[in-house]
Design a protein around this ligand. Structure first.
Ligand SMILES: [Zn+2]
Length: 293
């Protein structure tokens, strides 16, 4: 499973250097920009939840909702270890209760409902709590008439919760249907990887679908498809660059340009001045002196 591999890598004692998974360049950890983009080849490394939040929202503007919501092991599921124990361990490791962070913030001065999925929490898988938090976030955006941004990163539905996890696909989409019919504006950002039940539900029913360069986006993984079809898959299959040609993604935006792009889109989506929103992002950049990192 993808998250096991991810977990091990993260737990490795870190040295001073990190090797780029794409071009092989050794990067001095201190030289890494906050965006975790390889300075040599532009490869987008995995970004942790709080860094994502910091890179995206106006400083000090985030207010978290439903942080206390916790998962219950309704099926008494166990594989190698009981699910309840797995949840407990993951909570301890990540310091978070579940695989999505939800709340309100400002981006370029514009009030926004925001959700950020956390791949470090059981591969960003969607169980009852993730589904409930996403649906509640959409309902909050509906009630407060806010635009909505969701950063997706997921291995799909959480198998430990069986059919209950699959029901979250319908639930999140039902909330979105009501929101969008009322004129709500929703931007989805697909990051590496966005797969399974998340791709097949709220991730891909947005007004605008953005993706990070190189992000793997699909339903079943390439290996499963290859084995089922007994055919070789085209080059770059299921990557953002492949999907934009097929019309499944609207725009690929490098991570360091995402905040400005979101500010511009949110202004358009809420009929406000995009130049004002962009100026507000640029102003913050200058104050922080982001040119030097
Ligand atoms: Zn590189």
């Amino acid at each position: 499973m993808a998250w096991t591999r991810f977990g091990k890598k993260k737990d490795m004692p870190g040295g001073l250097w990190e090797k780029c998974e794409s071009c092989g360049t050794m990067i001095f950890r201190k030289d890494f920009p906050k965006s975790r983009i390889c300075p040599e080849c532009g490869y987008h490394f995995t970004l942790d939840l709080m860094s994502r939040l910091e890179l995206t929202v106006d400083e000090g503007s985030f207010e978290e909702y439903w942080a206390e919501m916790q998962t219950i092991d309704r099926l008494g599921f166990a594989d190698r270890i009981p699910y309840s124990e797995k949840i407990e361990r993951t909570m301890k490791k990540t310091g978070r209760n579940e695989a999505v962070l939800t709340g309100t913030c400002r981006i370029g001065g514009l009030e926004t409902a925001i959700g950020i999925m956390d791949f470090a929490f059981l591969g960003g898988s969607m169980g009852v709590v993730v589904g409930e938090k996403i649906a509640s976030l959409v309902d909050l955006a509906f009630e407060k008439k806010l635009p909505l941004v969701i950063f997706c990163a997921s291995g799909g539905a959480r198998m430990h919760e069986g059919a209950l996890s699959l029901m979250q696909m319908a639930k999140t989409c039902a909330s979105l249907e009501r929101y969008q019919k009322a004129g709500g504006f929703y931007v989805s950002v697909l990051t590496n990887p966005t797969t399974g039940g998340v791709t097949a539900s709220f991730a891909t029913v947005a007004d605008v679908i953005l993706a990070e360069p190189g992000a793997l986006i699909g339903f079943a993984g390439p290996r499963v498809i290859k084995t089922t079809l007994k055919q070789d898959l085209p080059k770059g299959f299921q990557r953002a660059e492949f999907l934009i040609e097929k019309g499944q993604v609207d725009r690929i935006v490098p991570r360091d340009a995402l905040r400005a792009e979101l500010a511009r889109l949110l202004a358009y989506g809420t009929r406000q001045d995009p130049l004002e929103a962009l100026a507000s992002v640029a102003e913050v950049k200058e104050q922080k002196g982001e040119g030097d990192d």
